[in-house]
Design a binder for this molecule. Sequence first.
Ligand code: TYD
Length: 205
Amino acid sequence: MMGRGRFITFEGLDGAGKSTHVEATAERLRAQGREVVVTREPGGTALGEKLRELLLGEPMHLETETLLMFAARREHLAQVIEPALARGAWVVCDRFTDATRAYQGGGRGVDAEKIEVLARWVHPHTQPDLTVLFDLPPTAAMARLANARTLDRFESEKAEFHRRVRESYLALAARDPGRFRVIDAGLNVREIEKLLDNILVSYCF
Ligand code: TYD
């Protein structure tokens, strides 16, 4: 029987450019003959995508926001992530619980211990094996977003919010260097692809 798959997450500020690299990473892993599932949070299931619409558009209490993130995550784990890992597939996910730690915890100020209670409840046995953090100063990230499209509830937060989110991400990475790899998202696409290749090579074999 095949072993359990691996769980790889991508994190970073809005505008850091991580989404461009999620699909390319999946392709590289597929080229090694693996089954790869690409997904994202909030979302990844029919219910999760409905919750995503509410989360990105509807004003709500900061703890309601946190609970809905974890509600969407619970469904996502049950329907997509855990079955895929169990059958030996690799899962590449655009954001996971570190985004809640950084955005709801760091950005909004939700008590970190409450977030950890929810994380232990919702995924006691499933943690990312590898997390790639796309790091960029908030001014650069926001400049990239500015002419892209209509901004959602998070993207339209002020610079100070994004600064706190970035600091939280960097603190998480510093606390768990075994799981995190930090990439300078200010580099060009080719350079980032090279760094990602090196990370995957050192990780996969
Ligand atoms: P993302 O899909 O990266 O945005 P986009 O499709 O616009 O590139 O993420 C959507 C937003 O949700 C993003 O601003 C971060 C936020 N978010 C949280 O605040 N907490 C979470 O737990 C997650 C998963 C996302």
